[in-house]
Design a binder for this molecule. Sequence first.
Ligand SMILES: *Cc1c(COP(=O)(O)O)cnc(C)c1O
Length: 402
Amino acid sequence: MNSIPYGRQHITDDDIAAVNAVLRSSHLTQGPKIGELEEAFARYVGATYAVAVANGTAALHLCCMALNVGPGTRVITTPITFSASANCVRYCGGEVHFADIDPDNVLLDPKAVRSLLESHPKGYFSGIIPVDFAGYPVDMAAFRELADEFGLWIIEDSCHAPGATFVDKNGVTHRCGDGSLAELAIFSFHPVKHIAAGEGGMITTNDKELYHHLLRLRTHGITNKPEELTQPYPDEPERGGWYMELQELGYNYRLTDIQAALALSQMNRVDAMLDRRRELAARYDAAFSEAATSGLPIQIIVPPAGIGHAYHLYVIQTPDRKGLYDSLRTKNIFAQVHYIPVHLMPYYRQFGWKPGDFPHAEHYYAQGLSLPLFPTLTDDEQNYVINQVLGFLHVKSFINPN
Ligand SMILES: *Cc1c(COP(=O)(O)O)cnc(C)c1O
């Protein structure tokens, strides 16, 4: 068996042709492909506006800037995420606070966030960055309610969840990042995520003002749009076509047209790739729920009806996680651990966070393992993974490939 990673991009001849076409065109960086990708992505998630940026981390950074995070701004996020969800607050000089996860779904627990909010005066915190961990949409209705009650904004980190859906209290189905409940949502086009651009990111929003601000911040804080110019200039005819203004300190966080063309080409099969992820997850579910029922030490997460999980990751929990991880490696299966809790990273410990602060997150970290899951994983490869996992858990398994 060839080695099987936990995630892998899928590049087709059409993808390559799309990139080649850009290389032969007049625009390499921010050209026509950016607008096309933004429009396609906004339509896909159901948001009004989308802003393409260099990567998901840049997306988070710009969102924090647009929401005026600065020294003294306190923001709450989850310990079980990629550290970028917290780092973006630090880039702006803000304070990162954490609340524990719900052990049933590994997501930031709105109840834990509420008790944190209630233990401080109103106005103490400014925002929440919940994360759709593994592709499981967070309870955005609950976070919206908290945000309205406590005067907070929300940046939804949906890097794992393009295409994920949830049903609101009125029975309406939403895609993560549709802008209906969070001010801003962000996505990543890192190759291991659903849509690959090499590097790339996207911000979605329904807020026109934030949208225009993000467009400026992405390009240094510069604008040449007549309606945005602020500098008085009495002798208007002398102000030529070259005129632009640096209005605040932004960054060069542009995406290239080369990358946008790749992402756009991948979007042509985004539904098929998501279907395949869900199909593979259902096959894991079937194998492991049977194992769990028969008493094997394995726990899986099966979302309730109404949750459209996007399955960036397929996670299991087992007490001898290191044993299983090491055993799988000897069989050429490269499972991965997502994530070492952010509050336990040396960088964050300097702010006083320590082991024991978030017991559910730390328990999940002790037992969690992400198994291989990507659209081109074959049934045979997956059966091999399942057999190795069950074999380690000491059962004789038989897999029905159908
Ligand atoms: C991948 C990821 C990011 C960062 O995205 P990049 O494109 O790699 O910068 C942020 N948050 C989460 C949850 C991620 O998985």
